[in-house]
Design a protein around this ligand. Structure first.
Ligand code: SF4
Ligand code: SF4
Length: 436
């Protein structure tokens, strides 16, 4: 049964790259593999300057339960391990590889199971060893999600094909071009968590993807659900409510209501890892906005400099006033193109000076629009005020950690208040205090 979640907004979708088939880009002259491409402990490097590495070789090992290893996306020489600009704006150690142009892969890929004979427990290890993380943006290690505790039985896996962020079309293209890989990954995920049902959730603005999925060979227990177009329909809690009516409790996780959600790109990566033993070394992302001369959807090696993506697809039509990593609602602004593609990079958007209204933050007029628009039933104006006035102690009482940072409050605020930015700042302050 489909329901509408509370709140949300309806921005123009600007999906101008929806017709652009997934294309390759040339290998860059340098790959920079950040050791921190996922939520959790950074990976530990196991190569050194001067080593020659092969495509798919593990170059950084998993370093905790919530962590993920990193693999070379091509063959080449390790130039060193140095701090490198990360999309978060911080300098984080990265393994620098100079590709040798051979693209020589390892002879035998460990862990391939093309007959699907090894069973769920081994597949979870294969997913872990392949370094797969959530590709919808959060980059949470997938093997952890596929390993819920015994007291959290899972009855449904949801394939998240919503892609509700404006401009982004990478998941849409993947559903059109690789539906069988997604469904294979979904079947594997179901078996890994012991679920009997699977639902592919797709927004109604992708009728061709719905048709492709419905016409694919859907196994028993699978269904495709077409959802109304509303942002943030693709957020896990909102998607689960829309599909099942189940409400993930405050501070809880989807597993608390018997559901595991996986992005369609992540499911295709699970298929690649189990069927062919291929680790996560590349992903599909959208290059968009108003400036790129070659907007489209590209399959890009992890570690590719963003500047290389722009240059190798035709450059830009003018100076960029805004560069966004991800989508315009939940993405982060970048100061330039010096950082690299990570496993969580869903898009790169470039906009010119005339594309944005100048924001002039003013005092709250108590209109309540942010409360009505909040899909997490929070009071964004109160949270914003508390952070602005350094009243951090009460933030937890107002459930700040239930904020999914969707940006709906900022989007609707007539006073241009930086609500989501303050809330992010407040969450970061609470994390910092908990460590002291
Ligand atoms: S408070 Fe958080 S969850 Fe609510 S609208 Fe703002 S960003 Fe979204
Ligand atoms: S939308 Fe803006 S002006 Fe209206 S109550 Fe919220 S913070 Fe205040």
């Amino acid at each position: 049964m489909k329901r509408m979640f509370k709140g949300g907004v309806h921005p123009h979708d600007h999906k101008v790259t929806r017709e652009a088939a997934i294309a390759e880009i040339p290998m860059p002259g340098e790959i920079r593999l950040s050791l921190s491409q996922h939520i959790g402990a950074p990976a530990s490097p196991i190569v050194a300057a001067g080593d020659r590495v092969l495509k798919y070789q593990t170059v950084a090992a998993i370093s905790g339960y919530v962590s993920a290893p990193i693999h070379a996306p091509t063959s080449g020489i390790v130039k060193g391990i140095e701090p490198s600009l990360h999309p978060t704006g911080r300098f984080i150690p990265a393994i620098i590889i100079e590709p040798d142009g051979e693209d020589e892969a390892m002879d035998t890929l460990p862990n391939a199971d093309p007959e699907y004979a090894r069973g769920a427990e081994t597949w979870k290890e294969m997913v872990r060893d392949a370094g797969i993380v959530g590709m919808g943006g959060a980059a949470f290690p997938t093997h952890v999600k596929l390993n819920p505790p015994e007291d959290k039985p899972i009855d449904m896996v949801v394939a998240n094909g919503v892609e509700c962020e404006p401009f982004l079309t990478a998941d849409h293209r993947l559903m059109l071009e690789a539906p069988d890989s997604i469904l294979s990954g979904l079947r594997l995920a179901m078996e890994m968590v012991g679920a009997k049902r699977a639902v592919v959730g797709i927004e109604a603005n992708k009728p061709d993807a719905v048709e492709r999925m419905v016409n694919a060979d859907l196994p028993e227990g699978f269904e495709v659900s077409v959802l109304p177009v509303m942002y943030p329909q693709g957020a896990e809690k909102q998607l689960i409510y829309a599909l099942t009516g189940r409400e993930v409790p405050s501070g809880g996780l989807p597993m608390d209501v018997g559901v595991v959600v996986q992005n369609v790109g992540t499911l295709a990566a699970i298929h690649e890892a189990v069927t062919f033993g291929r680790p996560f070394v590349e992903r599909v992302m959208t290059l968009g906005g108003t400036l790129p001369n070659g907007p489209g959807n590209y399959r890009v090696p992890v570690g590719t400099p963003l500047s290389h993506i722009v240059e190798s697809t035709g450059g830009v039509a003018g100076p960029a006033a805004r560069i966004i990593n991800g989508g315009p609602m939940m993405g982060t602004a970048l100061s330039g193109l010096e950082s690299t593609v990570t496993k969580g990079t869903s898009g790169l958007l470039l906009f010119g000076p005339g594309d944005f209204r100048e924001l002039r933050p003013r005092a709250c007029v108590r209109c309540g629009a942010c409360v009505r628009g909040c899909p997490a039933s929070l009071m964004p104006h109160t949270l914003g005020n508390m952070v602005e006035w350094d009243l951090f102690d009460g933030l937890t009482e107002f459930n700040i950690n239930d904020c999914i940072e969707c940006g709906c409050c900022t989007y609707v605020c007539p006073a241009d208040r930086n609500l989501v930015q303050w809330i992010r700042q407040g969450k970061a302050e609470l994390v910092a205090r908990s460590r002291n």
